[in-house]
Design a protein around this ligand. Structure first.
Ligand code: GCO
Ligand code: MN
Ligand code: MN
Length: 390
């Protein structure tokens, strides 16, 4: 059992932040910027100062959408140097297919074929940037791939268009030898009234229908599953079990609200604990990416408090998870609840004889019911631990 007592982030923890997260200037649908612009290079040095490991970016967080080839090359080169100088890696890159008005009807699923072609061109160019910076994970978040009215297109046609686009990008990845993995990020709504791929589970159903399913996984986000009223850790567990947890977006979200992107663990601490415990228990080796931003009330000192807080909370919860796994009383209860009271009947792999036996077996339900399931005690032990009295 390793107990971290300093909660200092180090490279081995693989904490990353998007340029758009710590660089978030606090503009929302109702009010303007509250913080000054920070250049990507300033953000990288801020992240290094705080002990983060990686930085992620959309194409246009770094390179303006209408930059010339020469401008693009120069920007990417100096950013790459800044990362190397600060010891910051670029594990993931992505593409903005939502900000420019041309994507008002979606990108890969838009009705206009020219918009769909432009979306592919923009994504291939974003992959080029990512590859140059060393990114091996490419996130696709279809923020505009949805509707306000279903009159505009058939939803299954949208899925077909999405499939064609992802297939196309996989071929490009192969042809260029980039060796990237795609991580698809679901969200139920916002900015569209309804987004087609609303949950991680929907993407897990979509991926096996692709030409190169092995190249494509998911990027679940805490807030997005919570917006759909779902248990985030369960979605992560399913993705993990399917070998599809290629990336993760950590943040927090209160129920029944707009997308809040709160500091990790700041709203639902207990859910954050089960999540961290899961990731650590299974030895998830990917980046721990915080897709969140500081309160609009903060200045840049506050942004640092926010970023440090995300990492610190993760590390505290990681330590709690180790303690939980080693707690004698908890272990005793876990042992008790997974064993059978009398152990006379159990099911192995299907066999004709086994099934015949099982069909005739007489179960003593009253006896089975005598077995205690002390989940109240187990949960309270967890709460005691989280509240620091155990
Ligand atoms: C959101 C999304 C985005 C994506 C990002 C990467 O709700 O706005 O979470 O932050 O993660 O665009 O593609
Ligand atoms: Mn989000
Ligand atoms: Mn996200």
């Amino acid at each position: 059992m390793t107990i971290t007592d300093d909660y200092q982030p180090r490279a081995e923890h693989k904490f990353s932040f998007g340029l758009w997260t710590v660089g978030n200037r606090g503009r929302d649908a109702f009010g303007d910027f509250v913080r000054a612009y920070l250049s990507p290079i300033e953000i990288v040095s801020m992240l290094a100062e705080m002990g983060a490991w990686g930085v992620n970016l959309h194409d246009n967080d770094l390179v303006p959408i209408d930059a010339t080839g020469a401008e693009r090359d120069c920007i990417v080169r100096s950013f790459k140097k800044a990362c190397a100088d600060s010891g910051i890696v670029v594990p993931m890159a992505t593409v903005s297919l939502f900000f420019h008005p041309v994507f008002r009807d979606g990108a890969f699923t838009a009705n206009d074929p020219e918009v769909r072609a432009y979306a592919l061109q923009k994504t291939m160019r974003a992959m080029d940037i990512g590859a140059e910076l060393g990114a091996k994970i490419f996130v696709l978040w279809g923020g505009r791939e949805g509707v306000e009215t279903d009159a505009c297109r058939r939803a299954d046609d949208a899925i077909k268009r999405l499939r064609e686009a992802v297939n196309y990008l996989c071929e490009y990845n192969i042809e260029r030898g980039y060796g990237m993995k795609f991580a698809l990020e679901a969200k139920p709504n916002e900015p569209r009234a309804d987004i087609y791929m609303a949950t991680t589970g929907q993407y897990l159903g979509f991926i096996p229908t692709l030409d190169h399913p092995e190249m494509v996984g998911v990027n679940p986000e805490v807030a997005h599953e919570n917006m759909a009223g779902l248990n985030f850790m369960h979605a992560v567990a399913q993705a993990w079990e399917a070998g599809k947890l290629f990336h993760i977006d950590l943040n927090d979200q209160m129920p029944s609200r707009f997308d809040q992107d709160l500091r990790f663990g700041s709203s639902n601490l207990k859910a954050a604990f089960w999540l961290v415990k899961f990731l650590e228990d299974v030895d998830y080796e990917g980046p721990r990416h915080f897709d969140a931003h500081a309160y609009r009330t903060e200045d840049y000192e506050g942004v640092k408090d926010f970023a440090r807080g995300c990492m610190r909370t993760y590390l505290i919860l990681k330590e709690k998870a180790h303690r939980w796994n080693a707690d004698r009383e908890i272990l005793g209860i876990l042992n008790e609840i997974s064993s059978s009271g009398r152990g006379t009947a159990r099911v192995d792999r299907y066999s004709k004889e086994g099934a015949a036996q099982l069909l005739t077996h007489v179960f003593d339900k009253d006896e089975i019911l005598k077995k205690r399931l002390p989940y109240e005690r187990l949960d309270q032990l967890t709460v005691d631990m989280l509240l620091g009295v155990r």
